[in-house]
Write a protein that binds this ligand. Structure first.
Ligand SMILES: [Zn+2]
Ligand SMILES: [Zn+2]
Length: 260
């Protein structure tokens, strides 16, 4: 039986284990003074303050969208030290208890569904949709929905999106411009969904390219045009065929990668 430890806040005695007290290397026994429940109550109150929420959301958006953050993270996640650390964290008793608790009972699932319908939850989701990440997700979803509505294939995943962005270096596939100064780079159909051809590839990785959106953005000009017709009209036949070659090389690469 573990020793008991008195929480400095609620003064209750609880087992002096990481299941009841958070780890804190600064303290002699390696545990926090406050119990987990008290910590959680404080945090919930703190995090829910509007100004704190706003700051956290702003920070997340800025950090996640800084160039290179994702690459740096992916690189780090491959190191043996990182993997070992994650394995160790997963096997801590308090984490295993958390994982067990997370397996929802049927009652909890009903409660969860009800909570998700509350006005607060709806407002929260609305807010999330306004962030750059949220907008990107919304867009992917609506592209899929649109394809399905037309009975076309639709399986463009988040991983596909990232693979596409990596290939193009997050630049527009047509004009080569990066995001910035009123332009954003987003996934777009190369052959539009409105195209009546029988083999329209729909919203799949074999038909999605990054295009720039914004004033004078390629997406705004292309709209639902046939890509070849549009390119010839905008760039003249010579430049248009160079661009076509680049994009066809990409689709060939995608196909090859799929067959591997
Ligand atoms: Zn306490
Ligand atoms: Zn462009």
């Amino acid at each position: 039986m573990a020793d008991l430890k008195r929480c400095s806040k609620c003064k209750e005695e609880k087992p002096a284990t990481p299941e009841y007290f958070r780890r804190n290397k600064n303290n002699k026994d390696g545990l926090s003074h406050q119990c987990k429940a008290c910590f959680k109550a404080y945090e919930d109150k703190y995090i829910k303050r509007p100004e704190v929420r706003e700051k956290r959301i702003a920070y997340m958006n800025e950090y996640n969208y800084k160039p290179g953050t994702r690459d740096r993270h992916n690189e780090m996640a491959q190191t043996p030290e990182y993997k070992a650390k994650q394995r160790e964290l997963r096997q801590r008793p308090e984490q295993m208890a958390k994982d067990r608790a997370r397996k929802l009972t049927p009652e909890a699932r009903v409660r969860h569904r009800e909570l998700e319908q509350s006005p607060e939850a709806k407002a929260r989701r609305r807010e999330q949709r306004q962030t750059p990440h949220g907008r990107m997700k919304q867009r992917s979803k609506s592209l899929q929905r649109e394809a399905r509505k037309r009975g076309l294939p639709a399986d463009f995943t988040k991983a596909d999106f990232e693979r596409m962005m990596d290939y193009w270096g997050k630049c527009c596939a047509v004009c080569g411009r990066p995001a910035g100064e009123g332009l954003i780079i987003a996934a777009d159909h190369w052959i539009p969904l409105t195209d009546q051809r029988a083999d329209n590839p729909g919203t799949t990785i074999g038909n999605m390219v990054p295009l720039c959106h914004g004033q004078s953005g390629c997406n705004n000009q292309k709209r639902n045009a046939d890509p070849v017709v549009w390119l010839n009209g905008r760039y003249g036949e010579e430049s248009a065929s160079e661009i076509m070659e680049r994009i066809e090389a990409y689709f060939a690469w995608v196909q090859e990668a799929q067959q591997r």
